[in-house]
Design a binder for this molecule. Structure first.
Ligand SMILES: [Mg+2]
Length: 239
């Protein structure tokens, strides 16, 4: 059996700048912190769980308390739900994503897993926005680790349990950002990039040689899974 692992934000759903806009709002309103003023060159992680300690250390000189994390997570989820009530699934989906996941769940040649740098309850909300239920899908999330490479490794372990398969013949990671390319390179995984325009250019310049626009052509995507190479490792500032 082979395994395909999907990032979520920007890869299956068009999150755009919404995560950033909502975090900026929450930290401005609740903590009077202007995220634009932080020294982002010092950030190590691109994940929700890696973001919180970075922001609190930078702006307050201390780690976040559990109540801070709980508050930010609750508001972030509420604001995401409010936002999703204003956009249609058609607008929010990367075209063909829901149908592709449904097809992958029906066949037995490829195992399916999710690896998201976002919180799991947010993954449920966001994929719910395109009619996809995550229950029963293997995966790992920001709840499980701060580093994306660790989250992807945990997603592979989750898939091993789900499919009762000790080793996958081939594992392909699908993502939309330079940190996804870097994670695949570090882990020695084949990589398919998803995006168009500037996003596709960024992916290619980060080392992704195979980039698709969306999932409307399922046969083309499955072909990409078969032939995608492991990206050449290049240093990336975020994990
Ligand atoms: Mg992404």
């Amino acid at each position: 059996m082979r395994l395909v692992i999907f990032d979520i934000d920007g890869t299956l759903v068009r999150t755009g700048k919404t995560n950033q806009v909502l975090y900026e709002r929450i930290f401005r309103e609740e903590y009077q912190i202007n995220l634009a003023e932080l020294d982002w060159t010092q950030a190590r992680f691109s994940t929700d769980s890696g973001l919180m300690p970075f922001i609190f250390e930078q702006a307050r000189g201390r780690p976040p308390e559990p109540k801070d994390i709980a508050k930010v997570r609750r508001l972030f989820k509420n604001y995401w739900q409010e936002y999703l009530a204003t956009v249609s699934p058609r607008q929010f989906a990367v075209p063909g994503a829901a149908k592709l996941l449904a097809m992958l769940r029906e066949q037995s040649e490829w195992g399916l897993a999710l690896a998201s740098g976002g919180w799991k309850d947010l993954a449920r909300v966001k994929l719910g926005g395109i009619g996809v239920k995550i229950d029963g899908i293997a995966g790992a999330f920001a709840d499980d680790a701060q580093a994306r490479t660790r989250i992807i490794s945990l997603a592979i372990e989750s898939a091993r349990r789900t499919y009762k398969t000790p080793v996958f013949e081939r594992t392909v990671y699908v993502g939309d950002a330079f940190w996804d390319v870097a994670a695949a390179a570090r882990l020695g995984l084949a990589f398919v990039g998803v995006g168009s325009g500037e996003t596709a250019d960024d992916l290619r310049s980060s080392g992704a040689s195979l980039v698709i626009r969306d999932y409307t052509d399922q046969a083309a995507f499955m072909h990409a899974l078969d032939r995608a190479p492991v990206p050449v490792h290049r240093d990336a500032p975020l994990d």
